[in-house]
Design a protein around this ligand. Structure first.
Ligand code: ADP
Ligand code: MG
Ligand code: MG
Length: 211
C-alpha cells in the first residue's frame, strides 16, 4: 500500500513536470506581461530537479517524498514562487506522515498548503496571485469530501473546476502582491502566472488519479 502510494507520488510528479515543460513558454509569456518573465523557467527547473531527487528514494514513504519535492523547490527555484510552492509543500507534507495518503489526509494537506501560502505571502483572494486559484479549489475539495461525501477523484475534479474559475478571476483584477503589484492598474487584463501554474499542477494530479 505504501509502495502504491509511493508510485502514485512519483507518477504525479512526472506528469506535473512534463506538463510544466509543455507550458513553459506560456507561463513565461504570462510572467513577461506582469512580472520578470521567469515563471516558466522557475517551475520547470524546480520540478525537473525534484523528479531527479525522488527517483532514487526507493525506501521513502509518501510523506518523505512529498517533503523532498518541497525542499527541492525551495532550494532550486528562489524568487516568490520557490518558497511559496516549496515551503508550503514541505510543511503540508506532514499531513501524510501518520496514515499516508487518504481522503482525510489529502484534505489536511490541501488546507495546510493553502494556510502556508497565505502565511508566507500575505495574499488574500483578490490579490491576483496563486491564492485566487488555490482558495476556491481547497474549499471545494474539503466540502466535497467532508460534507458531500464524494470520492476523492470526484472531489478533485470539482476542485480543478474551481481553480479554473479562480484563474479566470485573476485577469480583470489589479495585483496587490508580488511583482505584478508594482504595475498597479497596468496589471489589469493579464492572467496571473502563479495561479495558472497552480491550475496546471492540479490538472495533472487529477489526470494521474484518473489512470
Ligand atoms: P518572481 O515573481 O519572484 O519572479 P515567479 O515569477 O516564479 O516569481 O512567480 C510569480 C507568481 O508568484 C505570481 O504570478 C503569483 O501567483 C505568485 N506570488 C507572488 N507573490 C505572491 C504572494 N505574496 N503571495 C502569493 N503568491 C504570490
Ligand atoms: Mg517571475
Ligand atoms: Mg523572478
Amino acid at each position: 500500500d505504501t509502495e502504491r502510494q509511493r508510485e502514485a507520488v512519483v507518477e504525479a510528479l512526472e506528469n506535473v513536470t512534463a506538463r510544466l515543460d509543455e507550458e513553459k513558454s506560456h507561463l513565461t509569456d504570462l510572467d513577461s506581461a506582469i512580472g520578470d518573465a521567469d515563471h516558466g523557467a522557475n517551475m520547470t527547473r524546480g520540478f525537473r530537479k525534484a523528479n531527479e531527487k525522488v527517483q532514487d528514494m526507493d525506501e521513502a514513504d509518501p510523506a518523505e517524498l512529498v517533503k523532498t519535492i518541497g525542499v527541492t523547490l525551495v532550494s532550486e527555484v528562489g524568487g516568490a514562487s520557490g518558497p511559496l510552492y516549496g515551503g508550503s509543500i514541505m510543511s503540508a507534507s506532514q499531513a501524510f506522515s501518520e496514515e499516508g495518503i487518504t481522503a482525510e489526509t489529502s484534505v489536511a494537506f490541501a488546507e495546510a498548503y493553502l494556510e502556508k501560502v497565505q502565511d508566507r505571502g500575505g495574499a488574500e483572494i483578490g490579490s491576483k496571485t496563486m491564492v485566487d486559484a488555490l482558495t476556491p479549489a481547497v474549499h471545494t475539495y474539503k466540502k466535497s469530501i467532508e460534507t458531500d461525501d464524494l470520492e476523492p477523484l470526484e472531489a478533485l475534479a470539482k476542485a480543478v473546476d474551481a481553480a479554473e474559475r479562480g484563474v479566470e478571476f485573476t485577469t480583470p483584477i489589479r495585483a496587490k502582491k508580488g511583482r505584478a503589484s508594482y504595475l498597479g492598474w497596468r496589471s489589469v487584463g493579464h492572467q496571473d502566472p502563479g495561479a495558472t501554474s497552480t491550475l496546471y499542477i492540479m490538472e495533472e494530479l487529477l489526470a494521474t488519479a484518473q489512470t
